[in-house]
Design a protein around this ligand. Structure first.
Ligand SMILES: C[S@@+](CC[C@H](N)C(=O)[O-])C[C@H]1O[C@@H](n2cnc3c(N)ncnc32)[C@H](O)[C@@H]1O
Length: 279
């Protein structure tokens, strides 16, 4: 049976209704990907008949989504800040909340005259550090404990930038193998607690890497280690910009750095903490 674009979008939406919070959007993105067009062009193409091969591809995508696979892993891309990043099961899917880390870093660096040194710890796909580089001419170091995640970050760096000699990649457990001092250290660490892991990781987050999610029993253990160690890696005017989990701001304690500000996200949650050195 011949199927039109608009009928396939509806069918996808109805199929995903129970498994996704955004069934219509998911269906449109997956069909646009199967057709090899932009989602916005679906409107113009809404009455076009879709060939059998593309329909079969779309159905395969919908089946994966029904199993809970994130759209970003199915199409291997995710928009973040000003770029589209390659993603797969080796890295966390970049979240819009993490863009607040990027904007805070840019705000801090905008008055620097020299090319600043930026470290993006726990870099995953590299979305945070590479987005800073999109706007700021800086010497960027991307670091993660996962060699797999670093491979994805390397791919994104080479897809998005020709000027690659400016980017260093370091496989490291937090600061263990990091040398030198930085003007900005950004980090979106794993920050789910044991309870959160039971709630989410065996449910909606089951396809994302556990190492990207579990932050210790209370969720803030890794964050606290980073705050404690960061002073040895910051330049005198440098800042540490940390993404926090839900209620993270109330759980963290810091004697080693001074909390300069907390930034709320789109939902009003305390999402990002900016720290500087004690004077
Ligand atoms: C929440 S994800 C953030 C990824 C990326 N920065 C983003 O915002 O999408 C956390 C990342 O921390 C890495 N990670 C976990 N434990 C680590 C450790 N002890 N040292 C360094 N990286 C770690 C994981 O491999 C994962 O890539």
């Amino acid at each position: 049976m011949n199927q039109r674009v608009k009928e396939l979008v509806s069918l996808g939406r109805e199929t995903l209704f129970k498994v996704s919070d955004t069934p219509g959007l998911d269906s449109e993105i997956l069909l646009a990907e199967a057709l090899g067009i932009l989602r916005f062009d679906l409107l113009v193409a809404k009455n076009n008949i879709v060939d059998a091969e593309t329909v079969a591809k779309f159905y395969r995508f919908i089946e994966k989504r029904k199993e809970g696979v994130p759209v970003a892993y199915i199409i291997n891309k995710k928009d973040f800040f000003e770029d589209t990043f390659f993603v797969d099961e080796r890295v966390l899917v970049p979240r819009p909340e993490s863009e607040f880390v990027v904007t805070e870093a840019i705000c801090h660096l905008k008055n620097y005259r020299k090319s600043p040194d930026v470290l993006d710890l726990c870099c995953g796909s590299g979305c945070v550090g590479l987005s800073i580089l999109r706007v700021m001419n800086c010497n960027l170091t991307l670091s993660d404990i996962s060699a797999d995640a670093l491979d994805v970050a390397r791919k994104n760096a080479s897809d998005l930038y020709q000027d690659k000699e400016k980017i260093r990649f370091i496989e490291s457990d937090l600061f263990n193998r990091i040398k030198g001092r930085f003007d900005v250290i950004t980090v979106n660490p794993p920050y789910l607690s044991r309870n959160d892991m039971c709630k989410y990781v065996y449910g909606p987050l089951k396809h994302e890497p556990e190492i990207a999610l579990f932050g210790g029993e209370s969720g803030v253990e890794i964050t606290e280690k980073i705050i404690k160690q960061a002073p040895d890696f910051l330049n005198p005017e440098g800042v540490l910009i940390v993404e926090l989990g839900y209620e993270g701001a109330d759980k963290i304690t810091s004697n080693s750095l001074v909390l300069q500000k907390i930034v709320n996200d789109y939902n009003g949650f305390k999402r990002v903490a900016v720290f500087n050195l004690r004077k």
